[in-house]
Write a protein that binds this ligand. Sequence first.
Ligand code: EPU
Length: 428
Amino acid sequence: MEKIIIGGGKRLCGEVNISGAKNAAVAVIPAAILADDVCRIENVPNIMDVQIMVKIMKSLGVTVKNINKNTLEIDPRPINSYHVPAEMANLLRASYYFIGALLGKFGKAHVFMPGGCNLGVRPIDQHIKGFEALSVNVNIDNATIIASADRLLGGPVYFDMSTVGGTINVILAAVKARGLTVIENAAKEPHIVDLANFLNLMGADIRGAGTDIIKIHGVDSLKGCTYSIIPDQIEAGTYMVAAAATNGDVLVKNVTPKHLESISAKLIECGATVENYDDSVRVTGNGRPLKCNIKTMPHPGFPTDMQPQFAVLLSIAEGTGIVTESIFENRFRYTDQLIRMGAQIKVEGKTAVFEGISELKGAPIKADDLRAGSAMLIAGLAARGETEISEINHIDRGYEDVVTKFKALGANIKRSEFKDFKQVKNVG
Ligand code: EPU
């Protein structure tokens, strides 16, 4: 098993290029199934979650070629299956987008329950409610979602909460359904707009993506196209926070500054300077961070996927900061790791209170999930001494070339093989 080793305390300085958005790519890739021709997708992040999505596509019979590191060519014409079995679906959350995409293609989908980060209970009742509103029959048999419709018919869908996955799944199913689908209380995240732009380029008729009412007029067919994925908001935010936490000076390139507004606003509250350019932002630290309070909200509110990274800033800030998590019920597991590094954090239900200390100390820690993992990287970079992060497979799921990128900013960071106790015993 690999781990990441960091010699902390170095200011990060220089430039970093942000990759394509993970959560857009994992929706756009299955959407390509709906085309009657080849789609070329550019700016695809080269990360584990994308590789798994490609593996699932191939298992369905779809031809997927890697044109280069960040470009995929997808030919859906040979598709011959609507089954996504447990061993594939279990590997990530986004496997559930195959329900919507296969329903749109065949009117049928058999997809095992999705995996993904352990952030507490993650029900899919809203997805099912959405499919049923499109005249789909949905049953769950032996943890497999069995969905089928004689003919998908557009209909009204009202979500009880803002759900990214539910909104994407209903768009995928509705795009070729007969008639009009209206999604009310739709999620507004940038990747929803990206998916709609991709499908519209293929010939779909989706209006209102990015607002809370999305209208979809079903079309008979979709054609192939060439499309470039938007920059990753959360990867960008992670490097922005790393710059502030190390009192550094980093130009974060290939971003959409509009998508980073809530992150920039909180960084400024924490005392950093943020300068916006056309497609880049520069973050400069101004000494020890200041405390702030954070409440996670659906877009355009502060993203839950940036909560653990900001927790590192609050751990070393002057004063007491409070984080309220309002999207997921169990997103503070990483605080145990920060406490191992000396942080003073009290978690009670949906709230965590951070009494800032002057510095974290390097320690052996682990990545509990993807964003927790990126927070551990920032903690290690900001801390005094050496930090070893294990279970870095979580980080590889969503961050392209993370060690190379941090190294280029001056970090003392490397990947290293390590022998766990069992291996050491075997060697001995
Ligand atoms: N929810 C329900 N029922 C549903 C769907 C959602 O109760 O049918 C609840 C969830 O339990 C949660 C809230 O609604 O409390 C919002 O969940 P949402 O559906 O928006 O989240 P998701 O689709 O499961 C995506 C991202 C997450 C990101 C969230 C919130 C992907 C593949 N995943 O998850 O990304 O945290 O939206 O923005 O797009 C990550 O990238 O690290 C990650 C976890």
